[in-house]
Design a binder for this molecule. Structure first.
Ligand code: AMP
Length: 376
């Protein structure tokens, strides 16, 4: 299958080829023609499947085909600033050959430049819900002409407590519009929201079998809670640990771990919700460029981190929700590269481990490190 056969405008096909893609991914192949048809869609796909292009390309196509207006006609809502920025970057790249104006609107930075850019007239707005509502409340944006709306990582918006904000955004949209919902998992609340807000949607599901998880080498170390730090430090000395993303359960544990690893020879930084937007962007850029080789994050902060070349994802703490395991480890083994997922499981985390193994449908192999007795 070629991109040229999906029904997209030649300007978009050229941009996609310039971006280095030769063939559409499965979610793109299925979602793009349906979205171009004007259908409402539910895309059940994880990060790394190419879902962003799956909703941006038909959205840009539709906007380019319509008449320009003073008010935005396309809207993408994302749970985090990082994800909004990434989607914004991709919209600019895919839309490079079109005369469309887009901007990213998120919190943690000044309102004024955003207000100016909204006033200047935009075709596409990519926003986090809270800041979008701020602008809406001040009548700095009008959503009454939105033709197509995308909710990206809807399950994450639910986890982060944004559902009321999302409902308010939906309330400001015109009744006649195209809805594209993307979510890696389908919790009841999201299914319910989708049922109420869409019109006869088509479900596009990228099955687990085709998911990147199968490409990731997984191992779990059974260790006591108190020795996790030492075990991690010892693992990080192994030469195959390149760019490493470490997940902790809390911000406090992320900070503790940074302090512990300070003199380990690794260049370590934490990224979490207590840090300013600038600090988060700096940390992420450092990691992307390789100046930082160990990024420690909580689940919420890590949403939307899209960095190629992560060799290892470490679950320093096991996630409480097994789906998060899949979200986390999906950050490695991108684009056909190899990748490993390493989990440290203390005896008190055995129920989480069992839930993860049920979800991924296999027993994760146990590993051992000299000097660290297996704690069962
Ligand atoms: P996403 O699932 O949207 O986060 O995309 C994951 C990664 O896949 C991104 O780095 C994209 O640049 C890349 N990508 C998206 N579509 C394609 C494609 N058709 N071929 C190759 N890479 C792609």
């Amino acid at each position: 299958m070629q991109f040229g056969r999906l029904g997209l405008r030649p300007e978009l096909v050229r941009a996609v080829i310039d971006a280095g893609y030769s063939t559409p991914t499965p979610v793109q192949e299925r979602a793009i023609p349906l979205a171009l048809d004007g259908r409402d869609l539910i895309g059940c796909a994880q990060t790394g499947t190419g879902k962003t292009a799956a909703f941006l390309l038909p959205t840009l196509h539709r906007l380019a085909a319509g008449r320009p207006s003073r008010h935005p006609r396309g809207l993408v809502v994302t749970p985090t600033r990082e994800l909004a920025a990434q989607v914004g970057g991709m919209a600019a790249a895919y839309g490079a050959n079109l005369r469309l104006r887009s901007a990213v609107i998120f919190g943690g930075v000044g309102m004024e430049p955003q207000t100016r850019s909204l006033r200047s007239g935009l075709d596409l707005v990519i926003a986090t819900p809270g800041r979008l509502l701020d602008h809406l409340g001040r009548k700095q944006v009008h959503l009454g002409e939105i033709e197509v709306v995308v909710f990206d990582e809807a399950d994450r918006m639910l986890d982060m407590g944004f559902l009321p904000d999302v409902r308010r955004v939906i309330g400001a949209l015109p009744a006649k519009r195209q809805n594209l919902f993307f979510s890696a998992t389908m919790p009841d609340e999201i299914e319910d929201l989708i049922r109420r807000t869409t019109n006869n949607p088509t479900l596009v599901e990228v099955t687990r079998r085709a998911s990147p998880v199968s490409a990731i080498e997984q191992v779990v170390y059974l260790v006591s809670m108190t020795r996790k730090k030492e075990l991690l430090a010892s693992l990080l000395k192994q030469p195959d640990f390149g760019q490493t993303l470490v997940f902790t359960r809390t911000k406090a544990r992320a900070n503790q771990l940074v302090r512990y690893l300070e003199h380990s020879g690794r260049r370590v930084i934490a990224i979490h919700g207590n840090k300013s937007q600038n600090a988060r962007t700096r940390a992420l850029n450092g990691f992307r460029r390789g100046r930082i080789d160990t990024l420690i994050a909580t689940d919420i902060a890590a949403r939307g981190i899209d960095v190629d070349g992560i060799s290892h994802v470490v679950n320093f703490d096991l996630p409480n929700v097994p789906e998060d395991y899949v979200h986390r480890i999906g950050r490695t083994a991108r684009a056909g590269a190899s990748g490993s997922a390493v989990s440290l499981a203390a005896p008190e985390e055995r129920p989480q481990l069992a839930a993860i193994e049920r979800l991924v449908g296999k027993v994760v192999p146990r590993g051992t490190v000299t000097g660290f007795p297996v704690v069962a």
